[in-house]
Design a protein around this ligand. Structure first.
Ligand SMILES: *[C@@H]1O[C@H](CO)[C@@H](O)[C@H](O)[C@H]1NC(C)=O
Ligand SMILES: *[C@@H]1O[C@H](CO)[C@@H](O)[C@H](O)[C@H]1NC(C)=O
Ligand SMILES: *[C@@H]1O[C@H](CO)[C@@H](O)[C@H](O)[C@H]1NC(C)=O
Length: 842
């Protein structure tokens, strides 16, 4: 019995212990550790944790300090994202955070003195359980009124120095109320420091970085739906996924986010005025990027009417017709006073004012002011906005003497300036075309020094070819073509001509002799290959710079037109993923284009070579795919003129020394006017078989979607390491596109992947790329994504991809049929080395 009794005793002890443990665990789990209620208070050595465990709220001390602050951090307390009592520290470890009896969330020190409070007034005072605070999964600390269930306060709308996905930056157009992110005072002192960020200029909102709240330090330029117009690379590069919205009450808010739920980044304003971004690849690994303004980035670096160009020395210059306000200061590189209009370059408007004459009487009509265009400019500060279209924007500006300049962006609309132009910068990519008001006398000038002018090139080429008739003919054809573009694609008057003139004027000229020396007299050993209209040679300039010289072949009939086309198109373009034109040579017997040299030649030389393709691992290949897409995006969207390349293929993708892709060969490109979204047709189908979509190959219809098709083919080639045409010898005579489609439908698309890049780590990513490639080569043009969508898909901003529809390879049979009725032999089509393949349209 005694034995039994003892047994029972032990059992009940075990039972009670187990129950106790179970209940404790249960309590621990159920009283969520992410919430502060009126019953809980968080003492210095305790924290609360968000449900997903990513964020913690608790006390911390900055480096070299014993001060205690209540903060929220991400993963570790080196990633502080928010601080409650930043202005007033708790001096010892006696602090506590709790819900005060008035309902506010407060931080108190050991003497029950409130050092920080949410400072709200609750309607239901002195009732228990008024409110509770919860640390949510996104890192937002939310105070809820428990009687109404409403959120009455949250940390996301009371930020410190850090922004995270889902956080907003807001400003109200009517009330002027705006949110500010304020830096720490120093690395060891989190109280409000010198730098802050807010949204400003609400007619066309942009972000400002302020120094001491009053002095602008850096501005992003207005948001145009895709980028900040004044920071073509700096912000948008790193922080894709921005979004601007506005509420009916006049509140504008900007957010950034990643569609990929695993992607996460924090951006801080550092105490010394930098933006620091930590991009977390996963819980352990992250990359930190410091973005610090430099040279021209500083607000008003060159003063009023001063133009800042980071690539020139000195960086500041006055526009033509302007001179430094204070020559002495200017010569000492103190640019702050900027530039003023020269007396002799007065505007007609000002002359009228001086004459005290408000009418046009007595002033020669010919003397009217005009505009001079500057491309790739940072939009100056203090833009006014109107809803005028491009033409009316110009007309209204010209009609109003207060208007000193205008610019047009299809998203923002007409911008004009009635104050001194400040914070101007000359970008190499992006920005806007800024039209600056100039007196009539300045309009006629421009053909100065060693600069080319369009008609000059043509005149010289005419002599060059020797057959004047041919030249005139080509000239007229070209003119007609340009005119036709202008007429059919835009009913409005366009400034395209003006821009051509402008850019060509800036193109440096090379002497024939210099290029002959550089290329060892066009020695065969220096020949790199054949471009669209002639051989390409490698050369060394005297200063050691390596160049690629493309020489118009005298035997090339197509050459002249393509040469002209290439000059006109590429001289206007600058982008990381486009090959850069350094200048040209137009002498009586020679026409050449000079490009930067690409040491790694073209993509096909790597991709289709059994040895060299090993160099291209998946990361490099993905970088190439993304680069090509961004280059096309620039052609289609980001340069104000829309350009369809029409001949995208592996041999036209050059690779620099870091294997970055550069699109080249613009001989076949077509220009559309900026706001046209159009399809055109041509009688003469030129391009490369295998990369041409059926609507173009068969009907001569081309649009942006034709380039998207070619991109899709390229993408499949890059992933598979096989030429699109490499399948033609097979019995089943499938193209790569057809083969990929077949595998897709057999659920076996994985076997398309080049074994060289096959790696389980990247498999998901590679399959996603193939999926995107198939979307690009769909038969129906309207089903193909635009290139901007493609870019978003590639960088995973768009997570859900629609299934691809019928791809455009079935027409191959028809194409062959239609071909066989043509003059040329079908076998020439299967030779991808043929750069130009012509078939007549129907
Ligand atoms: C709350 O109000 C007090 C007194 O008006 C003020 O000193 C304090 O800065 C306020 N705190 C916050 C966080 O706004
Ligand atoms: C530059 O010139 C401005 C305006 O005259 C003056 O206020 C400023 O002190 C000068 N800065 C320097 C570094 O000399
Ligand atoms: C010129 O434009 C400004 C700004 O829109 C406006 O205030 C002013 O009245 C205009 N002047 C004339 C003469 O239209």
């Amino acid at each position: 019995m005694g034995f039994l009794s003892h047994q029972t005793h032990t059992d009940s002890f075990l039972f009670i212990t187990t129950l106790f443990i179970f209940v404790s665990i249960h309590l621990c789990l159920s009283s969520a550790n992410d919430t502060i209620t009126s019953n809980t208070s968080i003492e210095d050595n305790h924290t609360i944790t968000s449900n997903n465990t990513n964020f913690k709220l608790g006390f911390f001390s900055p480096p070299n300090s014993t001060n205690r602050y209540v903060a929220i951090w991400y993963l570790s307390d080196s990633n502080i994202v928010w601080i409650a009592n930043r202005e007033q520290a708790v001096k010892d470890s006696s602090g506590v955070i709790k819900i005060h009896k008035d309902g506010n969330l407060v931080v108190m020190d050991g003497r029950n003195y409130i050092v920080w409070s949410t400072n709200l007034t609750f309607s239901t005072k002195y009732v228990t359980n008024i409110s509770s605070a919860q640390l949510q999964d996104k890192g937002n600390l939310v105070l809820r009124d428990d009687n109404t269930g409403e959120t009455v306060w949250d940390s996301f709308t009371h930020p410190a120095d850090a922004a995270m996905p889902m956080m907003k930056i807001t400003a109200n157009k009517f009330t002027g109320k705006k949110m500010e992110y304020v830096s720490w005072k120093s690395p060891t002192d989190p109280s409000s420091g010198d730098y802050s960020v807010s949204m400003e200029r609400l007619a066309a909102p942009e972000l400002f970085l302020w120094y001491k709240k009053t002095r602008p330090y850096y501005r992003t330029g207005p948001w145009n739906g895709r980028t900040f117009l004044g920071s073509p690379t700096m912000l948008t590069e790193y922080l894709y996924g921005w979004r601007l919205d506005h509420d009916p009450d006049g509140t504008n808010y900007l957010t950034y986010n990643f569609a990929d739920p695993d992607a996460f980044a924090i951006v801080w304003i550092t105490y010394d005025g930098k933006l620091r971004m930590a991009k977390f690849l996963n819980q352990k690994n992250f990359a930190t990027i410091d973005i610090s303004p430099k040279d021209c980035d500083f607000y008003g670096a060159c003063g009023p009417f001063g133009n800042c160009d980071p690539s020139s020395k000195p960086i500041c210059s006055c526009f033509e017709g302007f001179e430094p306000r204070n020559v002495q200061e200017w010569s000492k590189k103190n640019w702050t006073s900027g530039c003023v209009r020269k007396k002799e370059a007065q505007l007609q408007c000002d002359r009228l004012k001086n004459l005290n004459n408000n009418s046009n009487n007595g002033v020669d009509e010919v003397q009217q002011d005009g505009f001079k265009v500057f491309n790739n400019m940072k939009v100056p500060d203090f833009a006014e906005r109107s809803d005028d279209d491009l033409d009316n924007c110009r007309t209204s500006c010209l009609a109003n003497c207060s208007c000193l300049a205008y610019a047009y962006d299809s998203y923002i609309g007409c911008m004009f300036w009635i104050t001194d132009l400040i914070d101007l910068e000359q970008f190499s990519i992006g920005g806007v075309d800024l039209f600056l008001r100039v007196p009539h006398s300045q309009l006629a000038t421009g053909n100065k020094g060693r600069r080319v002018n369009k008609s000059l090139i043509i005149a010289i080429i005419a002599g060059a070819i020797g057959i004047v008739a041919l030249a005139i003919c080509a000239y007229i054809t070209w003119q007609k073509w340009t005119a036709k573009q202008a007429r059919t694609l835009s009913q409005k008057k366009t400034t395209v001509g003006e821009q051509n003139q402008m850019k060509l004027d800036e193109l440096p000229l090379f002497e024939f002799q210099k290029l002959a020396t550089a290329t060892n007299n066009f020695h065969a050993e220096n020949m790199l290959g054949k471009g669209g209209f002639g051989p390409v040679y490698k050369g060394h300039l005297e200063d050691g710079q390596e160049i690629a010289v493309k020489r118009l072949s005298k035997a090339s009939g197509q050459g002249l037109e393509e040469f002209m086309n290439e000059v006109v198109v590429i001289s206007k373009l600058q982008h990381r993923n486009l090959v850069r034109l350094l200048g040209c040579c137009v002498e009586p017997d020679e026409q050449m284009l000079v490009y930067e040299f690409m040491p790694n030649k073209s993509l096909d030389a790597f991709l289709f070579d059994p040895q060299r393709r090993k160099v291209l691992d998946w990361k490099k290949r993905f970088n190439i795919i993304e680069g090509i897409a961004r280059g096309i995006l620039y052609l289609h969207r980001d340069s104000r003129l829309r350009i369809i390349h029409r001949d995208l293929k592996a041999s036209n993708i050059l690779l620099d020394d870091a294997m970055n892709p550069k699109i080249s060969d613009f001989g076949l490109a077509r220009i559309f006017r900026g706001d046209e979204d159009h399809e055109a047709s041509t009688k003469k189908v030129i391009g490369t078989y295998g990369y041409m979509p059926p609507e173009y190959a068969m009907e001569g219809l081309f649009s942006e979607k034709s380039d998207v098709y070619s991109f899709g083919v390229l993408l499949l080639e890059i992933v598979s390491g096989r030429k699109n045409t490499s399948f033609y010898n097979h019995r089943q005579s499938l193209s790569l596109v057809g083969y990929a489609w077949k595998l897709w439908n057999e659920n076996n698309v994985i076997s398309l992947i080049d074994p060289e890049i096959m790696d389980p780590i990247f498999e998901k990513n590679i399959l996603r790329c193939i999926h995107i490639g198939l979307l690009c080569v769909q038969e129906l043009t309207k089903e193909r994504p635009t290139i901007s969508t493609v870019v978003l898909m590639l960088i995973s901003e768009i997570t859900h991809l629609p299934p691809p529809g019928q791809v455009a390879f079935v027409h191959k049979q028809n194409l062959y049929n239609s071909e066989s009725s043509q003059k040329s032999h079908p076998s020439t089509r299967s030779n991808n080395n043929l750069t130009l393949t012509e078939i007549e349209g129907r």
